[in-house]
Design a binder for this molecule. Structure first.
Ligand code: BYC
Length: 351
C-alpha cells in the first residue's frame, strides 16, 4: 500500500503520524551542518571506502536517504512474510513446512536487523511503523502479487530472493556501517532462501507433467514483477546518482537488473523451465543477455497502491500491529520494572 489509498482511521493515527514526522525532521536536524572540516572528513572517508558510523557527522541528505531506504527495506522484509506465510498451512510435507517456517521467521529477523540499523540514525522503530501504517513510507512492489500455488513459494525463493541477493550483496559495501553490517547477515540467509526455492522448482520441474506445468506457470507470473523489483530504469531513477556518489548504492538499477537476467538465464536451463521472454538471447557484443524490460507503468501503479494485493497486505499488517499491542505494552512494562531502582529488601528496611 503506497500513497493515500486508505483513509487514516481517526485523529489518533493522524496524531501519531504528525509525531512521527516531527521525529524524522528532528533526526535530520540533528545533523546540523558541520564545519568544513567535518564535511571534508566525511567526503574523504567515503572516497576511501571507509565506513560512516552513527556518531560521525553526515550531511542531512545522506541521513534522510538512509532512513528512507533502510526503512523501506525493513518494511519490505516484514510485509514480505505474508505471501509465503499464506502457504505454511498447505505445504506439501512436514519437512517443507518446517523449512518454510524457518524462512518466514528469517524475514522477520531481517526486518529487526534493519529497523535496528535505522534506529542508529535517530529515528525510532515505533515512528517507522507509524509511517508505514499511514502509507507515508513504501515497501517493495513485489509483495503485492498473490501466491496462487505451492510452486509460487519456489518461484519467490528462486526469483525474488535471487533478485534480493543481486541487489543486496553490493549493499554489504554500503558506506554506512550499521546498514552494511546488517546486510552481511541478511545476505547469508538470503542465499539459503534462494536455494530452497530453486530446489522446490527443480523438484516440481522434474516431477509429473502437472507439477512441471505448475512450476512454469509460477515462473511466468513472477518473472516480470521480479525484474521490476530493481526499480525504475536509470533514466527515471530519482535517487541513484546521489546514492551512488555517497556509496549507499554501488550499482545502478539497470546494471543490477542485467546481472539478475544473466544469472537466471543460465539457471533456468538447469531447471528445465522457460523464462517467459521470447527476446531473451545472449548478445556476444555486449557480453550479456538481451531481454524485454518489465512494464514500468505497472510498477508505478503498484507503487501507487493499485497492485493486486496492496490493500490486503496493509490490512493484515495493521491487524497484526493491533493484535500485538499487548506484547509491546508488556515488554515496555517489563523494561520499566527493570529500569526502576530495586525496592529495598526487608533486611535493608530493618537494619
Ligand atoms: N518497490 O530513485 P529510485 C526482499 C521507489 S526485500 C517500491 O531508483 P532508490 C525480500 C523508490 O523508493 C526487497 N518502490 O530509488 C524480503 C523511489 O520512491 P521514493 C526490498 C520502489 O531508492 C522478504 C522511487 O521509486 N529491497 O527482497 O535509489 C522475502 C524512485 O526509485 C521500487 C530493498 O529495499 C520497488 N521495487 O532505488 C523475500 C533493497 N523501486 O522513496 C525477499 C534496498 C523503486 O522517492 N533498496 N521504488 O518515494 C534499494 O536497493 C533501493 O531502494 C531500490 C530503489 C533499488 C529498491
Amino acid at each position: 500500500m503506497y500513497g493515500n489509498d486508505f483513509a487514516a482511521s481517526g485523529g489518533e493515527l493522524l496524531d501519531q503520524v504528525a509525531d512521527a514526522e516531527r521525529e524524522l525532521r528532528a533526526a535530520a536536524d540533528r545533523s546540523v551542518r558541520g564545519g568544513s572540516d567535518e564535511e571534508t572528513y566525511f567526503t574523504e572517508l567515503v572516497a576511501a571506502d571507509q565506513k560512516i558510523e552513527p556518531r560521525d557527522w553526515m550531511p542531512d541528505g545522506y541521513r534522510k536517504t538512509l532512513i528512507r531506504q533502510i526503512a523501506q527495506h525493513a518494511h519490505s522484509e516484514i510485509i514480505g512474510m505474508q505471501p509465503e506465510a499464506n502457504w505454511l498451512t498447505r505445504a506439501p510435507t512436514l519437512k517443507r513446512k518446517a523449512i518454510l517456517l524457518a524462512k518466514v521467521q528469517d524475514e522477520a529477523g531481517h526486518g529487526l536487523y534493519l529497523y535496528a540499523a535505522a534506529e542508529t540514525l535517530g529515528v525510532s522503530r515505533d515512528t517507522l511503523y507509524d509511517l508505514l501504517l499511514a502509507g507515508r513510507q513504501k515497501y517493495s512492489s513485489i509483495f503485492n502479487y498473490p501466491t496462487l500455488s505451492w510452486a509460487d513459494v519456489g518461484a519467490i525463493g528462486w526469483l525474488v530472493d535471487g533478485a534480493a541477493i543481486v541487489n543486496q550483496v553490493p549493499l554489504c559495501r554500503c558506506s554506512y556501517g550499521p546498514y552494511a553490517r546488517a546486510m552481511i547477515r541478511i545476505c547469508k540467509e538470503e542465499s539459503f532462501h534462494q536455494r530452497q526455492g530453486y530446489e522446490i522448482l527443480y523438484t516440481l520441474a522434474h516431477g509429473t507433467p502437472g507439477q512441471k506445468e505448475m512450476a512454469q506457470d509460477a515462473v511466468d507470473r513472477w518473472w516480470y514483477p521480479s525484474l521490476a523489483m530493481f526499480g525504475p530504469p536509470d533514466t527515471d531513477s530519482t535517487h541513484s546518482a546521489q546514492s551512488m556518489a555517497w556509496k549507499i548504492k554501488r550499482f545502478s538499477n539497470d546494471d543490477l537488473r542485467q546481472r539478475f537476467v544473466d544469472m537466471c538465464a543460465q539457471q533456468a536451463t538447469v531447471l528445465g523451465l522457460t523464462i517467459p521472454d521470447p527476446d531473451l538471447r545472449w548478445n556476444p557484443d555486449r557480453g550479456a543477455y538481451d531481454y524485454t524490460a518489465p512494464d514500468y507503468a505497472e510498477l508505478m501503479e503498484v507503487i501507487r497502491g493499485n497492485g493486486p494485493c496492496n490493500r490486503a497486505r496493509m490490512a493484515n499488517r495493521r491487524a497484526a500491529h493491533e493484535d500485538g499491542a499487548w506484547v509491546r505494552e508488556a515488554a515496555a512494562a517489563y523494561a520499566a520494572k527493570h529500569a526502576a531502582p530495586a525496592a529495598p529488601t526487608a533486611e535493608a528496611v530493618h537494619a
